[in-house]
Write a protein that binds this ligand. Structure first.
Ligand SMILES: C[S@@+](CC[C@H](N)C(=O)[O-])C[C@H]1O[C@@H](n2cnc3c(N)ncnc32)[C@H](O)[C@@H]1O
Length: 261
């Protein structure tokens, strides 16, 4: 069962105004002045310095926020293996193309940022208003940073359920080169850090039980391929066999190839 979210009041009027806008987009969320007043497991959304972050009341894990400039994203951008990475091969970047990718399960935008840093234009859709707010904040800070602003400028965020967004695009006759899907899947992670982050994600989202519904519209919307990121041993999305699979160390990419690049 998803935990409730509280938004922490901020003394800076601009940040407070932004938090008020966020609050109005979140069903059932309320304000809190002092995090110490939170109930156990409630999730607290607020600014830590200039960064929007989400933390679990009484939780031991670090708060979640999006940082495309430093940290893991920065390291991967500089030393991550470029077009040799599995995700790059999965979307077809090794064929010398830079496809426009629709990432229909945006999350914290890590995969989208990798693709954008390799030159793809990426339209990112995220339906959780809380996760979308963290991602929007990460893109905002990245755009303000000269080192990554060009990359972040290739990312466009849509805060919506991608089932609706994909249906609207289809009705307008709009297509994307590649549709990328990475819905949540209940699985055991080995890394302690991922475990901690997953705790907050699971407290917020209670999984993506409707993930199978994404496949059919994705197959109609993509011109060249649909790429699905899955945990290595998990079943195929929608119980539908892909054209081929790319087995990575940490995950698997199922590729529905529709047309050659
Ligand atoms: C495993 S996370 C994706 C992680 C992401 N690939 C990354 O690199 O950060 C799955 C995300 O997909 C979102 N999601 C699932 N179904 C969705 C839908 N129908 N529309 C929009 N977002 C969806 C969830 O809210 C969750 O944030």
């Amino acid at each position: 069962m998803a935990s409730s979210v509280v938004v922490q009041i901020h003394p800076d009027p601009d940040k407070q105004a932004y938090l008020e806008t966020l609050l109005s987009s979140m069903d059932g969320a309320t304000y809190i002045e002092n995090p110490a007043d939170c109930r156990e497991n409630q999730l607290i959304l607020g600014f830590e310095d200039d960064r929007l972050s989400l933390t679990r009341a009484c939780g031991k894990e670090n708060p979640i926020s999006v940082d495309f400039v430093g940290g893991k994203a920065g390291h991967r951008r500089k030393f991550g293996g470029g077009k040799g990475q599995d995700i790059a091969k999965a979307v077809g970047l090794n064929k010398g193309v830079k496809p426009h990718v629709l990432d229909a399960t945006g999350g914290l935008g890590r995969d989208a940022f990798v693709l954008a840093s390799l030159g793809c234009k990426v339209t990112v859709i995220e339906r959780s208003p809380v996760i979308a707010a963290l991602l929007e904040d990460g893109i905002r800070r990245a755009i303000a940073d000269p080192e990554v602003s060009e990359i972040a400028g290739r990312m466009q965020l849509i805060k919506e359920d991608s089932r609706h967004a994909m249906a609207s695009s289809l009705s307008l006759g709009k297509q994307f080169d590649v549709v990328y899907l990475d819905p949540m899947f209940p699985h055991k992670e080995r890394s302690a850090e991922v475990k901690k982050e997953m705790k907050i994600f699971q407290a917020l989202l209670s999984g993506d039980p409707d993930a199978d519904e994404l496949l059919e519209p994705a197959l109609k919307l993509a011109q060249y391929r649909v790429v699905i990121k899955r945990p290595r041993l998990s079943p195929e999305l929608g119980n539908t066999s892909p054209t081929y699979k790319l087995e990575g160390k940490a995950c698997r990419y199922d590729i529905h190839a529709l047309k050659a690049f």
